[in-house]
Design a binder for this molecule. Structure first.
Ligand SMILES: Cc1cc2nc3c(=O)[nH]c(=O)nc-3n(C[C@H](O)[C@H](O)[C@H](O)COP(=O)(O)O)c2cc1C
Length: 415
């Protein structure tokens, strides 16, 4: 019976354990988690989502306070078009987060950064270019483009000296999205080094409709994309993601030609993960009916989360002066509109509730949006119950090695 460890992910001459820990935004996939996965020979991801607040937490910088102070005058204004990121400071924060992570890297694995296009930051093109270039400058091994079609992202960095040597990949959820990306980038003569195919059971934002995600299935999408690449004589590693819960799940994809798998939910209950332990216990306790795919994210993409997430129905004032990562190119965010609508409808209420959208920046920053993969309810089977009723937090090494060596759909409990 084969194990994940019988396979290797190949990037040129480099060989890695074919386990990629997916990016989990706003410092859920921390540098510590990515470093541990890289030490063990796989690919770890950090994320550049809300990098200034992440830097403040990691390095005691003051990016957020500075920005909030600069735009304090605008806090009561519904028009947020004034609230711009200073591109120099954005580069600095990215450089620090990525650079310090890469300096600490040990072992044979690699560290990539997850870069979501939907973080439009009130100036989508300019801020994305800075984020991508600064990550390359700071020595990141690779960049995974996510949450968006990224039709112009390669062109943004085509003049960067590392454009052809860093590993660049894209996450897609359909053949159509991949075809668009390839067509748009054909003239750059630079294919992606890998393609993560994310199915409907993944955590975070989904590339499917909120109503029809369950009609899709990862195996079918991977097969369609594999067939297309073969017909086009394109040799690009495919990396399925979403609902791969055991080593045996992973092996079944690897045996069918996948180059590696991307996983995330199993790592949310590790001590290296950024989620506070209180939240990790919520993940452990969750039952299948406690998981929902809803449309409260202002990005416009559906998102999977626990129904008990404090972010659902919360009605805090938009905090774009401090954050503002989801402001579109004209300073709008769907949450601002929803919030203003509720304030106008309930002029006498001190505490309002916004049912249809959430202030994702603030709630992700505070670990109050409990996004998770579909199989979050199986996490309890991966650990031990302690005498006080809580579950033991695992080590990333334990989870990684379980994926790497387990057979027969077994999940090893902590020693
Ligand atoms: C808590 C959490 C946060 C996530 N955040 C992001 C993110 O910021 N960007 C992204 O591209 N994918 C994100 N994802 C998706 C993962 O990177 C990964 O592709 C997917 O969850 C794999 O499926 P699994 O969780 O069933 O293993 C997130 C997943 C989880 C569980």
């Amino acid at each position: 019976m084969r194990r994940v460890d019988d396979f290797r992910l190949r990037f040129g001459k480099r060989e890695l354990v074919p386990i990629m820990c997916g990016g989990m935004g706003v410092d859920i996939s921390t540098a510590d988690l990515a470093l541990e996965v890289a030490r063990l020979g796989g690919v770890g991801h950090i994320s550049d989502a809300m990098v200034q607040t992440v830097s403040d937490r990691r390095f005691r910088t003051h990016f957020v306070k500075e920005k909030a102070k600069l735009y304090k005058y605008n806090a009561a204004n519904t028009d947020k078009s004034d609230v711009q990121f200073d591109l120099g400071r954005l580069a600095e924060a990215t450089h620090m987060h990525v650079g310090r992570t890469m300096e600490a890297k040990r072992g044979d694995g690699m560290i990539f950064v997850n870069c979501m296009e939907k973080l439009t930051m009130n100036a989508p093109r300019e801020t994305l270019r800075v984020r991508l270039s600064a990550a390359l400058d700071a020595g990141i091994d690779g960049i995974t483009l996510s949450a968006g079609l990224h039709l112009g992202s390669f062109a943004q960095i085509e003049d960067h000296p590392r454009f052809r040597d860093a590993k660049l990949g894209i996450i897609v959820s359909s053949l159509r999205a991949l075809q668009l990306f390839l067509r748009k980038n054909a003239k750059l003569d630079r294919l992606p080094d890998y393609i993560v195919v994310e199915g409907p059971l993944a955590g975070g934002h989904l590339g499917f409709g909120a109503e029809d995600w369950s009609k899709y299935d990862l195996r079918t999408i991977v097969a369609e994309i594999a067939q297309y690449l073969k017909a086009e004589a394109l040799d690009i590693p495919l990396i399925p993601a979403g609902g791969i819960f055991t080593g045996s799940d992973a092996v079944s994809y690897l045996e069918n030609g996948a180059a590696a798998v991307q996983v995330a939910t199993r790592f949310t209950v590790t001590k290296e993960c950024g989620l506070p332990e209180k939240v990790q216990q919520e993940y452990y306790k969750a039952g299948e009916s406690d998981v929902v795919v809803n449309t409260i994210s202002p990005t416009g993409y559906p998102m999977r989360m626990l129904t008990s997430s404090p972010a659902i129905g919360a009605g805090i004032r938009p905090n774009c002066e401090a954050y503002g990562y989801l402001l579109d190119s004209s300073g709008n965010c769907a949450y601002i509109n929803a919030y203003n609508r509720e304030v106008a409808a309930h002029p006498d209420e001190k505490k309002i509730s916004v049912p249809d959208k959430t202030c994702l920046c603030t709630h992700m920053r505070n670990f109050d949006c409990w996004t998770c993969g579909h199989y979050v309810y199986r996490l309890k089977d991966t650990s031990r119950r302690l005498p006080d009723g809580s579950y033991e937090i695992l080590s990333a090494e334990h989870v990684f090695r379980d994926y790497q060596f387990s057979v027969d759909h077994e999940v090893a409990l902590p020693a």
